[in-house]
Design a protein around this ligand. Structure first.
Ligand SMILES: [Zn+2]
Length: 175
């Protein structure tokens, strides 16, 4: 099989004809996860609030909204999460010997990932599934799971620790 790699719609030059694995790796070392909505500086969370790399907790672009607010440029930064800062990597892996394609997305331990695989059951397999495509997806209670999953509805899960307050109230702690 021949597959061409496209990056944002343009064909990419490759050292090999057909790569088995293509991945996007995000820099996860010392990368801030917040930035300021007003001044755009990257922020780190401290006990005194959010500060820039130079330790500045005051935002030069602060604008007072209420009478009790500090003056222009004298209030705190307004933190917002940096998009995609939750992602370590995303990859596509093909395996001709398994007749499979796997997409993996890593959001927790960078050594692991959630994987989504479609493979074809060989035609010479006994049974009804011969020749059919099978899809494997992460599931709740999976052994050695990349992260915990909580189902919201069919095909949709919350990833990672999740404790909705309504459920906590409905289930009183054991005496
Ligand atoms: Zn700011």
């Amino acid at each position: 099989m021949f597959a061409a790699l496209y990056v944002d719609g343009d064909p990419a030059r490759l050292p090999d004809d057909t790569p088995d694995t293509v991945s996007l790796e995000f820099d996860t070392d010392y990368t801030p996860t917040y930035r300021c909505r007003a001044c755009g500086e990257e922020l780190t969370e401290t006990v005194d609030g959010y500060e820039t790399e130079s330790g500045d907790t005051t935002c030069v672009d602060f604008e007072p909204a209420a009478d009790t607010d500090p003056d222009y440029g004298e209030g705190p930064h307004e933190p917002e999460r940096i998009p995609l800062s939750w992602c370590n990597s995303a990859a596509v892996h093909t395996d001709e010997s398994e007749d499979s394609v796997t997409v993996s997305i890593s959001v927790g331990d960078p050594r692991g990932a959630f994987t989504f695989t479609i493979r074809r059951v060989p035609d010479d397999t006994d049974g009804d599934l011969a020749g059919h495509l099978i899809m494997h997806t992460p599931y709740v209670g999976q052994p050695l799971a990349h992260m915990d999953l909580t189902p919201l509805r069919d095909g949709t899960h919350v990833v990672g620790p999740y404790a909705p307050t309504r459920r906590l109230r409905a289930v009183p702690p054991a005496a």
